[in-house]
Design a protein around this ligand. Structure first.
Ligand SMILES: [Zn+2]
Length: 333
C-alpha cells in the first residue's frame, strides 16, 4: 500500500477534523455513512478513518505509521480491520460475508483497540445482506466502527441509512480543486479547468480522465451523438459502436452530457455547447424540455440498471436509448 497511512484530501479537511474531534471525545457513533458524488475520494477517506482509528498512537491528526497496528495495516493484515466489498466490481456483496463479519465483530479486538469495518459500496447489498447487517447495527459491539460508503444513498435500505450518521461530501469549491489538480496536469498538455468541468467538479474524477483513453473515448461518443443528431449516421451503428467499448460508461457519460444540455437549454453557460455549429445548436435547442426531462429520467434509470447487479442486455438498452434520442430530435417543441 503506497498511500500509507491514508490521509484526507484537502477538500475533506472539515469532515476529517470533525471525525478526529468525535474520536478523541469518544463520541464516535457505531456507524458512519460517507455519501456524495463519485470522484471525491469517499473510499480513500474511509480508509484514512480506519487507519486512524486503529493506530495506537496517532500523531497530529494522522495515524503514526510506526506502531504495531500501523504495521499490520500497511501490510493489509490487520486482524481488526474488516473490508466488505463485492468480489468483483458491479456485483453484490454476499450475505455470507456480512454474516461472517457479524460473528467476527462480536469477538474481542485482537490488538486491544477499535475494530473497524468498511463496507463499500453500500448500494451493493441486496435485502438479505442488508438485513444481516441490520442486526449488527441494532446491537452494535463495543468499540466497533462501521463505515459505509454510498454514491447514491437513496439506493440503500432506509432502515440501514437511518441507523448511520451521514457524512456528506459536497463538490469542493472550484478554486480548491484546481489548486490540487493543476500540478498533476504538468506535461500532459491537458487543461485542469477543462477536465474539472468534464468531471462535473469532482477532482479525482478529473484526474482519472487523464488515464487510459477516457478523454478520446468521450470525444468519440460526442461525435457519434452529434452525427446521429444531424442524421449523418444511424442508431444501430452507434449502438453497436458504444457496446463494443464500454456500454455502461457510455450511458453514464450520455447522462452527464444530457444534464448539461438541459442546463444549457434554460440559459446556463456550458462551455461544450458554446461553439457548436449552427445547425446542431438549433436542433438541440429545439428539443422539447418536457420530453428531454422524460428522456433524462429514462437514461438515469438505465444507468442504475447497469450499475446494479441485474445484468441487463446492454445492446438492447443502448439501441432503445439512441432510438428514443432520435425521436426526441424529431419532435419539435
Ligand atoms: Zn500507528
Amino acid at each position: 500500500m503506497s498511500d500509507f497511512p491514508a490521509l484526507p484530501y484537502p477538500w475533506q479537511q472539515e469532515l476529517w477534523q470533525g471525525f478526529i474531534q468525535q474520536f478523541s471525545d469518544r463520541h464516535l457513533p457505531h456507524a458512519l455513512m460517507l455519501v456524495g458524488p463519485e470522484g471525491l475520494g469517499k473510499r480513500h477517506l474511509a480508509r484514512a478513518m480506519a487507519h486512524y482509528a486503529l493506530c495506537s498512537q496517532p500523531v497530529s491528526e494522522s495515524a503514526c505509521g510506526k506502531c504495531k497496528s500501523c504495521e499490520l495495516n500497511r501490510a493489509g493484515t490487520h486482524p481488526d480491520f474488516f473490508q466488505l466489498a463485492p468480489d468483483e466490481p458491479g456485483k453484490m456483496i454476499k450475505v455470507d460475508n456480512v454474516r461472517a463479519l457479524t460473528e467476527a465483530q462480536n469477538k474481542t479486538a485482537q490488538q486491544s483497540g477499535y475494530k473497524v469495518v468498511t463496507l463499500m459500496p453500500a448500494e451493493a447489498m441486496n435485502s438479505n445482506a442488508a438485513n444481516a447487517l441490520l442486526k449488527t447495527l441494532e446491537e452494535p459491539a463495543a468499540d466497533t466502527l462501521l463505515i459505509l460508503v454510498a454514491d447514491s444513498p437513496s439506493r440503500v435500505l432506509p432502515t440501514i441509512r437511518s441507523r448511520c450518521q451521514l457524512r456528506t461530501l459536497p463538490i469542493p469549491p472550484r478554486e480548491q480543486s484546481l489548486h490540487w489538480l493543476t500540478p498533476l496536469m504538468s506535461g500532459t498538455g491537458r487543461d485542469a479547468a477543462e477536465l474539472l468541468t468534464l468531471a462535473r467538479g469532482a477532482p479525482l474524477a478529473a484526474r482519472d480522465l487523464l488515464q487510459g483513453d477516457t478523454l478520446d473515448q468521450q470525444e468519440r461518443w460526442l461525435s457519434d451523438l452529434y452525427q446521429l443528431s444531424l442524421g449523418q449516421t444511424d442508431t444501430l451503428t452507434v449502438a453497436a459502436g458504444w457496446q463494443k467499448g464500454d456500454g455502461k460508461a457510455a450511458v453514464a457519460w450520455f447522462s452527464g452530457w444530457l444534464h448539461d444540455l438541459a442546463c444549457w437549454q434554460v440559459g446556463a453557460e456550458r462551455a461544450r455547447f458554446a461553439d457548436l455549429d449552427a445547425e446542431l445548436s438549433a436542433a438541440l435547442k429545439a428539443i422539447s424540455p418536457a420530453l428531454l426531462h422524460r428522456f433524462q429520467e429514462k437514461l438515469l434509470h438505465s444507468k442504475k440498471l447497469l450499475a446494479g447487479g441485474a445484468n441487463p442486455n446492454v445492446h438492447l438498452l443502448l439501441e432503445e436509448l439512441l432510438m428514443d434520442w432520435g425521436v426526441l430530435l424529431k419532435a419539435r417543441r
